[in-house]
Design a protein around this ligand. Structure first.
Ligand SMILES: NC(=O)c1ccc[n+]([C@@H]2O[C@H](COP(=O)([O-])OP(=O)(O)OC[C@H]3O[C@@H](n4cnc5c(N)ncnc54)[C@H](O)[C@@H]3O)[C@@H](O)[C@H]2O)c1
Length: 267
């Protein structure tokens, strides 16, 4: 019960990594608030958690909308009276629409920045005062390998993920004095709907051999594996970690020349 009596807000927890984390956090004793845009998946996540005998509450929230986020944190304060963890997980990867900077449509650019980056501003702006009132807590941000190494043809997405890492460090510098630790997870190649949707030609993960080849572990990661890392960062197991960026990517981002890795496998 590593999160016993803790109140945690997780954005985008209707599916994927967020949902796996919500289930694990609740299993570890937390009361989890699921801040999710999609009502169907958000409610289904809550139902699954409650059926397992644990605590979760669905809060319909568009993280790219300031008043929606403000209302969500007001609701959390009214309902739970406190908050210990803010897990900024929600993002979009608009495959086929995001792209190179000279071609990307300005509406797409602003939409991606709004969902992936402005959301962190809103959630921290309205959530950090609650962490301060509770005497401290943990913020977990979500970047990507795209924030750590150069990845072409998704410039809006990479811009938000690089900014997420920079913001993690400045939040860690400023709010550490209040007992608030801010850390960041940088996933890659995790088998979720986001990855399926950005590779619409196949719904078979094994078919994406390029990922298998580029990952030193030669397999996809699971949302549950990232959830374990999030649990570590949320809990008292990581009390001296502040401002870190931890890759959850099977080693992709340390792999150097990815094209060469592929060539070697084919040899
Ligand atoms: N899956 C990967 O390999 C991978 C790689 C790098 C980074 N990431 C990051 O990990 C995080 C989770 O990714 P995932 O693969 O689980 O994604 P996912 O698409 O499966 O889940 C994202 C969730 O966010 C929700 N969401 C989207 N827009 C929202 C909004 N405006 N307001 C509230 N909720 C919203 C979606 O409805 C969905 O439930 C994201 O930040 C993503 O960028 C994932």
């Amino acid at each position: 019960m590593r999160l016993k009596n803790k109140v945690c807000a997780i954005t985008g927890a209707g599916r994927g990594i967020g949902r796996a984390s919500a289930k694990l956090f609740a299993q570890e004793g937390a009361q989890v608030f699921i801040l999710e845009f999609d009502g169907l998946s958000g409610k289904a996540a809550v139902e699954e958690i409650v059926q397992a005998g644990n605590q979760a509450i669905f809060v319909q929230c568009d993280v790219s909308n300031e008043s929606s986020v403000k209302n969500a944190f007001e609701f959390i304060e009214k309902t739970a009276g406190t908050l210990h963890v803010i897990y900024n997980n929600a993002s979009v990867y608009l495959g086929g629409k995001d792209g190179i900077i000279t071609e990307i449509d300005s509406e797409i650019w602003h939409r991606v920045l709004s969902i992936n980056l402005n959301s962190i501003y809103y959630c921290c702006h309205y959530g950090i005062p609650l962490l301060q009132k509770s005497g401290g807590g943990a913020i977990i941000n979500t970047a990507s390998s795209a924030g750590v190494i150069g990845i072409p043809k998704c410039d809006a997405y990479t811009a938000t993920k690089g900014a997420t890492i920079a913001l993690t460090r400045s939040l860690a510098s400023e709010y550490g004095r209040y007992g608030i630790r801010t850390n960041c997870i940088a996933p890659a190649a995790i088998a979720t709907d986001m990855v399926k949707q950005s590779n619409p030609d196949s719904d078979d993960f094994d078919a994406f051999s390029f990922i298998n080849l580029r990952t030193p572990l030669r397999r996809w990661g699971t949302p549950e594996e990232v959830a374990q890392l999030a649990l570590f960062l949320a809990s008292d197991d990581s009390t001296y970690l502040n401002g870190t960026v931890i890759a959850a990517d099977g080693g992709i981002t340390i792999n150097g020349d990815l094209a060469k890795a592929q060539a070697v496998d084919h040899a």
